[in-house]
Design a protein around this ligand. Structure first.
Ligand SMILES: [Fe+2]
Length: 383
C-alpha cells in the first residue's frame, strides 16, 4: 500500500477564449499590475493579444517579458527578474509552453525569496509566499501549469537545475484551446506524446495511488482519442481542448507519483543528440511497456481494456503486448519514426545511452528496476 498526503491548492479554468475570465480573476485577486511572461513566437502569432486587451479593459497595467528561450536558461530568468523588480507586479501571467511557464515560476521564486536559481535545486520546503501566478499553456504536453516542477538550464555550466516546490504551482491554470490552434504539427505531436507518456508512467510508477491512476487513465484515453484528431484537423477546438485536459490531468498525476523509465531513457537520447523531449519519450514507450509488463501486468491490462475495449486479448500478458503495439501504431501513423536508426542513432552508442539512463532520477520510480544488461536489450529492440 502506498501512503499519501494529497493537497491540491489551485484552480483550473477550462474555457475557449478565456481572456475575459482570466482578466476578471486577476482583478478579483486585487492585481492592478501584472507581469506577462511569454516568448517571441507566441507574440509573433498574436496569441497574447486578446489577453492583453482584456487586461487593459479591466484597468490592469501590464509589463511584458517575452525573452524566454526553449529550455529556459538562468540568463532568461535573471532578465525577467530585472524587469519584475522594476515593474513590481502583484501577479504574474504566463502564456506559453512548458518553457515559458517554468520561467514564470522561476521569476516568481527569485523575486520573492532572493538568491539565484542554483540555490533552489531539488525539493524545496517553506520560504516566503509567492505572487499569484496564472498559467495558460499553449501546448498540450508538459502539464507545467499544475506541476511543482521547474527546469532551468544554467547559462554557464549548461547543467539542468530541477526545482520541486509545491508553492510554485500556479494559482490558476487556464486551459484555453484557442491558444493552441496554431501549434505546428510536429510540436503538437511531440507535446501529445509527452502527455501520453506522463499518463502511462504516473499510472504504474512506484508512487502511484488511486488518485494518480484515476487522473492518468482519463488522460491516456483522451490522448489516444484526440491526438489523431488534432493532427488531422489542427483547428478542431474540441479535440485541442481535450488534449489540454489530458496534459493537465497527466501533469497532476505525475506531480504526485513521479515518472519512470521512458523518461530516463529519453533524457539520455536528448543529451546525446538533442532529440526533442516528447519525441524521445514517445520512442521509448512501447519498449518500456513490454519491459515493465512482467511486474505491473495488472495495471497495463486495466489500461488496455480501457483503450482497446472488446479488441483487448483475454490473457494479461497478451493484453500488455497489445497495448504496447496499439500506442506505437497510433504514434507511427501520426509520423513518429519507427526506430532509433531513423533518428541517426547507432547501436554502438547503446552503452553510453545505458550509462546515462541509469544516472537519471526517474529510474528509481519505475516499477521494475533494470540492470545495465536489461537496458541494453531494451534499446537493441528499438533499432
Ligand atoms: Fe515529459
Amino acid at each position: 500500500m502506498n501512503t499519501f498526503d494529497l493537497q491540491m491548492d489551485f484552480r483550473v479554468v477550462f474555457k475557449d477564449q478565456a481572456q475575459e475570465s482570466t482578466a476578471g480573476l486577476l482583478g478579483q485577486m486585487g492585481a492592478q499590475r501584472v507581469l506577462l511572461v511569454t516568448d517571441a513566437g507566441i507574440q509573433g502569432a498574436g496569441l497574447d493579444q486578446a489577453y492583453r486587451e482584456a487586461l487593459a479593459a479591466q484597468g490592469i497595467e501590464v509589463a511584458v517579458f517575452n525573452d524566454v528561450e526553449p529550455n529556459p536558461t538562468t540568463a532568461n530568468v535573471e532578465a525577467g527578474l530585472a524587469l519584475a523588480k522594476e515593474f513590481k507586479p502583484q501577479a504574474l501571467l504566463g502564456i506559453g509552453g512548458g518553457s515559458v511557464l517554468d520561467c514564470a515560476k522561476a521569476i516568481n521564486i527569485l523575486l520573492n525569496r532572493g538568491g539565484k536559481m542554483s540555490d533552489y535545486a531539488g525539493p524545496q520546503q517553506g520560504g516566503a509566499a509567492l505572487l499569484p501566478l496564472v498559467a495558460a499553456p499553449t501546448t498540450a504536453g508538459t502539464g507545467s501549469e499544475v506541476s511543482p516542477f521547474l527546469l532551468i538550464s544554467d547559462s554557464e555550466t549548461h547543467a539542468k537545475i530541477v526545482c520541486k516546490d509545491w508553492q510554485a504551482i500556479p494559482k490558476v491554470a487556464v486551459l484555453d484551446p484557442s491558444l493552441s490552434l496554431t501549434l505546428p504539427p510536429m510540436a503538437t505531436l511531440f507535446a501529445g506524446l509527452d502527455a501520453l507518456v506522463h499518463g502511462f508512467e504516473a499510472y504504474v510508477a512506484k508512487g502511484s495511488q488511486p488518485y494518480t491512476q484515476a487522473l492518468a487513465l482519463k488522460s491516456i484515453g483522451l490522448v489516444y482519442q484526440n491526438l489523431p484528431k488534432v493532427m488531422e484537423t489542427p483547428s478542431d477546438v474540441e479535440a485541442r481542448g481535450n488534449m489540454l485536459l489530458a496534459s493537465n490531468l497527466a501533469g497532476m498525476a505525475f506531480a504526485l507519483s513521479y515518472l519512470g523509465l521512458s523518461h530516463s531513457l529519453a533524457n539520455a537520447l536528448t543529451k546525446m543528440k538533442g532529440t526533442p523531449h516528447g519525441l524521445a519519450v514517445g520512442m521509448m514507450l512501447g519498449a518500456v511497456i513490454r519491459f515493465n509488463a512482467p511486474v505491473c501486468g495488472a495495471d497495463y491490462e486495466h489500461i488496455a481494456r480501457y483503450l482497446l475495449g472488446e479488441g483487448c486479448p483475454a490473457e494479461q500478458q497478451a493484453a500488455c503486448l497489445a497495448l504496447a503495439d496499439a500506442v506505437e501504431k497510433m504514434a507511427h501513423s501520426l509520423g513518429m519514426p519507427k526506430n532509433l536508426g531513423e533518428l541517426e542513432f547507432q547501436e554502438s552508442q547503446i552503452p553510453e545511452l545505458v550509462e546515462e539512463a541509469l544516472r537519471q532520477a526517474t529510474i528509481q520510480f519505475n516499477p521494475r528496476t533494470p540492470t545495465a544488461e536489461e537496458l541494453t536489450t531494451l534499446l537493441e529492440s528499438c533499432f
